[in-house]
Design a protein around this ligand. Sequence first.
Ligand code: NDP
Length: 271
Amino acid sequence: MKTFRDKVIVITGASSGIGEAMAKEYAAQGAKVVLGARSVQKLQLLAGDIRSTGGRAAYCGVDVTKPAECKELIDTAVREFGGIDVLICNAGISMRAIFDDVELDVLHKLMDVNFWGTVYCCKYALPYLQASKGSIVGISSVAGLHGLPGRTGYSASKYAMTGFLETLRIENLKKGLHVMIACPGFTASNVRFSALTADGSQQGETPRDEAKMMTAEQVARIVAKGILRRKRLCLMEIEGRATHFVKKFAPAFLDRMFYLVMSREPDSPLK
Ligand code: NDP
């Protein structure tokens, strides 16, 4: 795959943030994009915007915690565009609470969306991706490279995605399937507003300065390059690269750095 022209790209979590930015960017690069998320109205508007500028888009309302709905998303791509070249498992939620305080149900929710949502979409898309020798992309996080305090369920779900996707890569070594794990750092989006607190309610605000973060559009462009180069791991800004590097040589120092950074957030749950 040299460019995205005429490639069919399925994106979960396309109604907001990084997923929405990827949909716009990849459609502009000539891809046929298939959008999935629960907010069908937002997907309808986004697909309309893409088509109004000459792009090609289909959409399907999907809650990725439900296997039958994930199958319907994949079926939509095949019905509308005849196959799948790239599946981007991007739908995700976050949390903010230390493990002492958090209700266990919050961790289950994180795993259901971030991990199981990835597993279900991969399961139904795999035969089509094997046929096209295409790509699976998991949108993980720097929290999937090293444990992020106050985010046990989030880090666990991203590490679980990595274990699953790395194994899928090896199982498909002789079948030409490309599997990439992308690890954005803090990126301006809705993710901190919708993050679950200790009792499972949404945080509704962001504890960080969103203006100082990467933009979703920057992440979308970096992920695109990673797919076209068939990279295994897609690191982005300095936090991601530094985490990956320092973890190999000084993991205890990295623990202290992560604690320091996260404890400095306003109202940090770290005591
Ligand atoms: P947003 O909150 O802006 O977008 C999240 C997307 O996931 C939305 O489209 C939402 O759509 C969708 N989603 C959530 N739950 C479900 C569900 N059950 N079924 C289907 N879709 C769902 O956040 P981001 O764009 O930031 O997040 C995208 C990915 O990037 C996530 O996996 C996140 O972990 C990862 N990431 C984000 C970082 C950041 O700082 N922003 C940093 C590192 C990684 P809807 O509500 O309509 O269903």
